[in-house]
Design a protein around this ligand. Sequence first.
Ligand code: 3HC
Length: 306
Amino acid sequence: MNTFDEIVAADRRVEPRDDMPDGYRRTMVRQIAQHAHSEIIGMQPEGDWITRAPSLRRKAILLAKVQDEAGHGLYLYSAAETLGVERTDLTERLISGRQKYSSIFNYPALSYADVGVIGWLVDGAAICNQVPLCRSSYGPYARAMIRICKEESFHQRQGYELLMTMMRGTRAQQEAVQNAVDRWWWPSLMMFGPPDADSPNTAQSMAWKIKRHTNDELRQRFVDMTVPQADRLGVRLPDPELRWNAERGHHDFGTPDWDELRRVISGGGHCNAERIERRRAAHENGAWVREAAEAYAAKHGRERRA
Ligand code: 3HC
């Protein structure tokens, strides 16, 4: 029977029944739960555009994407439950502000172009962050990531294709895309977390192989991936310091507003109150479904035992 340290050192998976340090368990509950919360809250900005999609095809694509996000949340709550927590308790922690969700979802989706930019930039950032998590040391989390990443690729491509179409459209459509890029670029960089020097969790998460790359490394990977895509799209990324650095083999870019990230994380974003209020209302309005399912399970469970 290998010890936790031997499992991690051998790059193998820690499974629910393995002994693990309390801190590792706490960190995994924290990260998986907040990831799940982000997926569920993330349904709101785009969900508002389903009824206003410009065609049946766009409506069907957006419905599929928002439905995927709900599924991602459920896979991740299931992964969290392998650590001995209950999803209802995690939902209460989210609603009461004792657990976080990604800052990115506290920005408003103001136009239909935002739906494309969210797919391209937000889901693109998610892919950069989540592909390495397929190799995270906690087994249930890493396995949930594999299916989530496949679906994220569809999310990113549908967004980029939507923008390609709009950029071949009218001047007004092109301006709407550029306006959305200007609003979502910097918040997308903040999705990767604070700079490594200000990240209290990164060093330990790297040592436990929960994270395979640091916040800054993944942010850099996202910038390097996105710049050529922006060029092909014909949009300008709103960063005057953005340029290729041949010496580094990466793009240099400006510094995100870390005060803004801190403010949004602590509840001061455009949509924080609305997002939580809608999540609370959905949880309360759905209580009767949970009660009916529990009553059904209890009744039929009794019949099966009889
Ligand atoms: N939004 C909200 N909170 C953030 C944040 C952000 N963008 N970046 C960092 N934080 C929080 C952290 O949660 C931590 O607070 P906590 O200790 O109370 O949890 C604190 O700020 C310090 O940050 P650290 O970098 O030290 O924390 P982590 O090591 O946990 O790194 C992370 C933060 C990179 C987000 C990491 O938790 C992670 O990779 N999580 C899994 C992926 C994830 O949750 N992505 C969120 C987006 S979901 C998504 O993309 C859905 C897709 O469909 C669009």
